[in-house]
Every structure is written in structure tokens, then in C-alpha cells.
Design a protein around this ligand. Sequence first.
Ligand code: GRF
Length: 217
Amino acid sequence: MSKLKLAVMISGRGSNLQALIDACAPPGFPAEIILVLSNRPGAKGLDRATEAGIPTKVIDHKNFTDRAAFDAEMTAAMEGAGTDLVCLAGFMRLLSDEFVDHWRDRMINIHPSLLPAFKGLDVQERVLERGARFAGCTVHYVRKEMDTGPIIVQAVVPVLADDTPDDLAARILVREHEIYPLAVRLIAEGRVSIDEKDRAVIAGAVSSEKSVVNPVG
Ligand code: GRF
């Protein structure tokens, strides 16, 4: 069985990258990471990849005057490596429409909120400001508008009294590390399709108390 080839795009810490590295380690997992790409030379995630024996490439956005050229270079690197699926994992640059179009239905992202609520940055500050009772994370296909696109898996955590944004982010991160590998596995098993309303539908999905993968269909 040939494995789904993943390219993971990072800008920093890389804890979700690590979760994917760990998930891909058992021989039976249906995906493998073939390339880790960073726009920041010092990203800690690069060390994690090297440690795991995964090829890395730094494409420093500061060396590019226009976004299109930067994005084209990233696409060339990932296509050259034979990428089937791009996993954004804390990649902190906006992507051009051309890039998103090129990788349509072949690029996923993880975001630390229950989308479509709380898109963008400083999510947990805003969750606490608004007094939301539940928070969580979402793995979704990428569309042109930031933090939109078909939802593949979500997990929920409670917001507790006296939570700081960091407390909440840490509680959510634990769940991120569960649902990102789960979403990759579902895609690699060929179980995810997109319906006419641009929703992701998972064949044979069973939701658990830990994560919800198929509210429609
Ligand atoms: C995560 O919270 C992820 O949801 C968001 O950026 C953060 C990346 O963290 N998109 P890490 O680099 O994977 O540790």
C-alpha cells in the first residue's frame, strides 16, 4: 500500500508537526511526511524534523519582494518532492489565492477554535473576553478566505473559571495533537469527500466523546 505523502508547513514551535511525526511512525499508518518547509530559518520545528530524519527546506519570506514568487517557490519545492497533501501547522503567512487554488482539496490547516467562530489571531483572548463556555480546535481544508473551508474534525474543551489565555491554549493544544493525525488518517484512507455545499463528509465515521468527525451526511 502506498502512503499519502505529506508536506508540513511551519513557522515556529512545531508541536503539531511533532504529533504528525509521532503518528506517522508506526509502519501501518497510511501517511508519511516527506518534507517540512519553514518560512523562518530558526523555527524549532525544523529541529524536530531533522531529529526524525525528515528533509527540511527553509524558504525565507524576507528574501522575496512579492508574495507570488514566495508562494511559487513553496509550490515548486512541494510538487518537486511529490506531495499529495499539504498540512499547515502553525504557518504564519497569508497565502495567495493562486497558492490556495493550486492546492485546493489537497491542503489542510489546524486552527485553535471551533470554526467558524473565532477566526484569526489572539483567539483565546477573544474567547475569554466574550465569555464563551466552550472552546476547541478544528482541522479543515483551506479556502481563500482565512480560516474557512470544509471542516474535517473538531474537538471541544470547556472554558474554566480563572482560565488565562495560556491555560486555555494549552488545554486545546492537547486536543490539536489528537485531531490533526486523525484528520490525516481519514484523508489517507480515502474516506473524506466534499459535498455540493462544500462540506467535508467522512465515510464510515464514528464520532467519539473526544472528537466529532461527521455531523452531516
Ligand atoms: C497551533 O495552536 C495551531 O492551532 C495554530 O498555530 C499553533 C501552532 O503550534 N495554527 P505548533 O507550532 O504546532 O506548536
